[in-house]
Write a protein that binds this ligand. Structure first.
Ligand code: SAM
Length: 303
């Protein structure tokens, strides 16, 4: 069970509201329903709640690509078969190929994201395979891949320990396991502004489905998963958008706006429109990226 309290940065008033609502979720018996939380995230990335998701690449690929480059910088995948868990539209796979991979299996829970990734892959002559999967239960045998990677997906996973254990399980002995997770400051300005603006009655009693982590936390997770030679780093930068509208469009597309799963369908567009206007009025045009990267090797088999 992930901890009830939220591990990300917010302004104090929003922090108090979010934590009060997280506590309320205990009362409403929503706190432990991890399956429902995962399903809402999945539906978000299927494009169910926001047309913005269709523009995932248009609004955000350049930043996903930047994260992918930072995560895989200096890692050689020469001749390797790789699994990318939570591939989205394929930012990490693209860098893995540049770094020498011979084949990449792109796996994601959302069919819509896989469709977008596939659409791009047909244009390049590389050995791509696609698979709809859940990070918390990978559909592969033990010891299947030379390397298993995941970028900017861990924050959306309720059971990160299980997801990492699965990545380690399907990696070959001696294989690389590399996670790029959402850090505590990731998109915090946009989350704060959205939470300020959102019609709270619809999210009342639902805890936030978003689990950013510190470098120490992800490092410890890797240690507990028995990885060896663990290395980690955290990289933060601020993205400045032309105005609040552009910042909202980016945030809504990349995050998929899954929290609207709790809204009546005819309220979603109104709320999204109001929030977008709020971003503009308050000039919320800075959105931070915060990436926590950790990687290590699966131990060789012991006799
Ligand atoms: C923010 S996107 C990151 C995608 C990509 N790795 C990138 O860097 O652009 C998060 C992705 O995780 C996927 N995802 C969320 N929960 C998942 C799960 N339980 N199993 C597999 N993929 C999941 C989403 O569908 C989405 O494509």
């Amino acid at each position: 069970m992930p901890s009830l309290f939220w591990s990300g940065k917010l302004t104090l008033p929003m922090k108090i509201l979010v934590e009060a609502n997280n506590l309320l979720s205990l009362l409403f018996r929503n706190a432990n329903n991890l399956h429902a939380m995962k399903e809402r995230v999945k539906q978000g990335y299927e494009g169910k709640f926001s047309d913005h998701v269709q523009q995932y690449d248009e609004y955000g690929y350049h930043l996903q690509n930047r994260s992918a480059r930072i995560q895989l910088e200096g890692i050689s995948f020469e001749g390797m078969q790789i699994l990318d868990v939570g591939c989205g539209t394929g930012a990490l796979a693209c860098v893995a190929f540049e770094n020498g991979a011979t084949g990449v299996v792109c796996g994601d829970i959302a069919a819509f994201m896989l469709k977008m990734a596939k659409g791009k892959a047909v244009a390049v002559n590389k050995d791509y395979t696609f698979c709809q999967l859940d990070a918390e239960g990978l559909p592969y045998r033990d010891n299947s891949f030379d390397a298993v990677i995941s970028g900017m997906t861990f924050g959306t996973l309720p059971n990160q320990k299980l997801a990492l254990a699965e990545m380690v399980r399907v990696a070959k002995p001696g294989g690389l396991v590399c996670v790029g997770a959402h850090g505590p400051e990731h998109y915090w300005e946009a989350i704060d502004a959205s939470f300020r603006c959102i019609k709270k009655r619809y999210i009342l009693g639902y805890r936030l489905e978003w689990w950013p982590r510190s470098e120490e936390y992800i490092r410890r997770l890797c240690q507990r998963a028995d990885l060896e030679n663990i290395q980690s780093k955290r990289v933060i930068w601020r993205n400045e958008f032309e105005n609040g509208l552009a910042a909202y469009d980016f945030f809504a597309a990349i995050s998929s706006s899954w929290w609207y799963a709790k809204f009546p369908p005819d309220e979603i567009e109104k709320d999204s429109h109001r929030t977008r206007e709020y971003f503009n009025r308050k000039n919320i045009n800075i959105v931070s990226d915060d990436i926590v990267i950790a990687y290590g090797k699966k131990p060789l088999m012991r006799l």
